[in-house]
Design a protein around this ligand. Structure first.
Ligand SMILES: Nc1ncnc2c1ncn2[C@@H]1O[C@H](COP(=O)(O)OP(=O)(O)OP(=O)(O)O)[C@@H](O)[C@H]1O
Length: 240
């Protein structure tokens, strides 16, 4: 694979006394959508948080665009061009939708063209632009969380289960926005349990089990092979 945007080599992370990531290796090809898959509790969220520096890797390498991310403090990792959408969304309930969005644009005011694109992708955010984010529905908060990570153009987006608990129409809106990001040449590492979304968006897949990567390959190969899905994840993906 030539010139990946992100490379993890033998990454180990402890949480308290637990050895959670036990040598994680994979690459995220530039301009593609890479699905990070696996059963509950295998270390997907911990992997994203380790890349962002919210957990500290105790050994291994995390190379972003050729530079060693482990040398950068957490705030600098975002400024280096990585957008992160955490599973818990990280919305500020007392701030308005606009104020939350402005916080996502770390290098200055929200670019008007960017705002126009985001409001076209997520129209509900325009409707509630001046409302407190705490009043949004669960699905709207998820849209805000994603839109905030996109408030600025980033090279790489790490997104943790964006469609969890969402109604089908909102899932389609979310999937379209991610497809547009990819069309703009951006790279995405996506944790996603929804089979249809994973199949529709993923170029490649990385499957984890017990703190390690147990399979990497084309998403289409995994999506078409139920035996492989059962071997890797214990269930075929339709059953998730
Ligand atoms: N703050 C924490 N303290 C202790 N253990 C934790 C903490 N966060 C995660 N873990 C443990 O680390 C392991 C990996 O968790 P992680 O959230 O990375 O899994 P996951 O693959 O993202 O799971 P899911 O699909 O359920 O979100 C789990 O066993 C979890 O219990």
């Amino acid at each position: 694979m030539s010139d990946p945007i992100l490379t993890l080599k033998a990454v180990h992370t402890d949480i308290a006394q637990y050895h959670i990531l036990q040598g994680v290796d994979f690459e995220v090809p530039r301009g593609e959508v890479t699905m990070l898959l696996g059963r509950n509790g295998v270390g997907k969220t911990t992997t994203l948080k380790t890349i962002m520096g919210q957990w500290t890797a105790k050994s291994g390498e995390i190379l972003y665009d050729g530079q060693d991310l482990k040398r950068l403090p957490v705030s600098a990792r975002a400024r280096a061009g990585i957008g992160f959408v955490p599973e818990d969304m990280g919305i500020f309930s007392d701030l308005t939708v606009e104020e939350n969005m402005v916080l996502g644009a770390t290098s200055g005011p929200l670019d008007p063209q960017r705002k126009e694109w985001l409001l076209a992708a997520f129209p509900a955010l325009g409707t509630f632009w001046n409302s407190e984010a705490g009043n949004l529905s669960g699905g709207q908060k998820q849209m805000l969380s994603i839109a905030r990570a996109m408030a600025e153009d980033r090279e790489l987006y790490l997104i943790d289960e964006p469609t969890k608990g969402l109604a089908p129409a909102i899932i389609a809106t979310m999937a379209n926005a991610l497809r547009e990001l990819k069309a703009q040449g951006r790279s995405i590492l996506l944790v996603e349990q929804n089979f249809l979304v994973a199949k529709a968006l993923g170029d490649s897949a990385v499957v984890m089990d017990d703190g390690r990567v147990i399979w990497t390959g084309a998403m289409a190969e995994l999506a078409s092979n139920k035996d492989l899905q059962e071997n890797l994840m214990g269930l075929s993906m339709e059953a998730h």
